[in-house]
Design a protein around this ligand. Structure first.
Ligand code: MTE
Length: 330
């Protein structure tokens, strides 16, 4: 089972992925139209029509329309799905700003090809592979998961990917490796709104048995399409029984280690964000009660519903934590 190395990483850039150009052009055209017509039309009437799109540039759903081939899976839910428009405009991706709508406006700057991925640390052979080989390594499954954020909102999202365990087996970690750490892409040039005060790049990690649990998804798409940049293109993890911040986006490095790895939110505030971060309605985060959540779906207003232990995935994961005090290891 070999991951082929592409002859040239540059050759993998596809025109549909060069989104920034068209977004800039759209923006420029809007500005030109505004200036040209301002000469002939009443400025006030024109401003009323054009300013909203200048103030609030069009949402870039990067690579939307590029279908992925994903086969149906056993992971389905009866709950109504969150509309794609909501899941791609209400995001946390701090490298692109701290407002929920920022990533959908700013993440078009991220160039997702070429995209080398490093495998480092306690593995048989450290190496660098490229995203397209990773994408085509295993058939993608469509899995509908509950996605619960520590801020107490939740969504129901169909993600496309395959179990992270398949990729970890490819990496051949040494028996001494007890954790895997994820590093997100970081480059100020394309992340001008990245807030200071965090130890970038964004980092997350899982204990090896958590990472090997079949639920943990190496994710390339959602809603049957390539991941929008704002949702973590070109590859992220989804860990459905943990709070959303464990699900690192835009991953460029998988690092295997024998020590519990540092994670961005834990470093920022260890009291509030533990390493485990399992969804737990009985243990409140310092700022938010975790007993209930606001479900963002097709209802006009968010629905307030009780949160389930392990986000409803207890049957599959509770045994990972047998004998652990989950208030201590929160
Ligand atoms: N990954 C990176 N690189 N940067 C981030 O700010 N935010 C995390 C997680 N992964 C984040 C990240 C948080 S707090 C959440 S809730 C989820 O991404 C949000 O994923 P979504 O925008 O697809 O809903």
């Amino acid at each position: 089972m070999l991951l082929r190395k592409s002859p040239s990483l540059e050759a993998t850039i596809r025109s549909s992925e060069i989104t920034p150009q068209h977004v800039f052009e759209q923006h420029q055209q809007t500005r030109r139209r505004f200036l040209a017509s301002a000469a002939t039309l009443g400025a006030a009437a024109l401003a009323a029509r054009t300013l909203p799109s200048l103030i609030n540039p069009p949402t870039t759903v990067h690579a939307a329309g590029e279908p992925l081939k994903a086969i149906p899976s056993k992971y389905t839910l009866d709950d109504p799905q969150t509309p794609f428009a909501k899941a791609s405009t209400y995001n946390n991706f701090y490298e692109y700003g701290t407002d929920k709508s920022d990533p959908s406006h700013e993440a078009y700057r991220l160039q997702t090809r070429p995209w080398p991925i490093q495998i480092t640390g306690m593995v048989k052979k450290p190496q660098t592979i490229n995203i397209d080989d990773l994408l085509h390594y295993r058939p993608l499954e469509s899995r509908v998961y509950r996605f619960r954020c520590v801020e107490a909102w939740s969504m129901i999202i169909p993600w496309d990917g395959y179990s992270l365990s398949e990729f970890i087996n490819f990496c051949q970690p040494l028996p001494s490796a007890k954790y895997v750490q994820f590093f997100s892409y970081n480059d100020k040039k394309v992340m001008p709104d990245e807030p200071s005060g965090y130890d970038w790049p964004y980092r997350e990690g899982l204990r090896m048995d958590e990472a090997m649990n079949p639920l943990t998804l190496l994710t390339f798409g959602c809603y049957g399409q390539v991941l929008p940049n704002q949702n973590g293109a070109p590859v992220r993890v989804i860990v459905p029984w943990k709070y959303g911040y464990k699900s690192a986006k835009a991953i460029v490095r998988f690092h295997f280690t024998d020590k519990e790895p540092a994670t961005t939110w834990n470093v920022a505030d260890g009291r509030e964000y533990g390493f485990y971060s399992n969804v737990n309605p009985n243990y409140d985060n310092a700022r938010w009660s975790q007993a209930h959540e606001r479900r963002l779906d097709t209802s006009l207003l968010p629905r307030n519903i009780p949160t389930q232990m392990f986000n409803g995935y207890g049957d599959q994961v509770a045994s990972l934590y047998a004998g652990m005090d989950l208030k201590k290891f929160y």
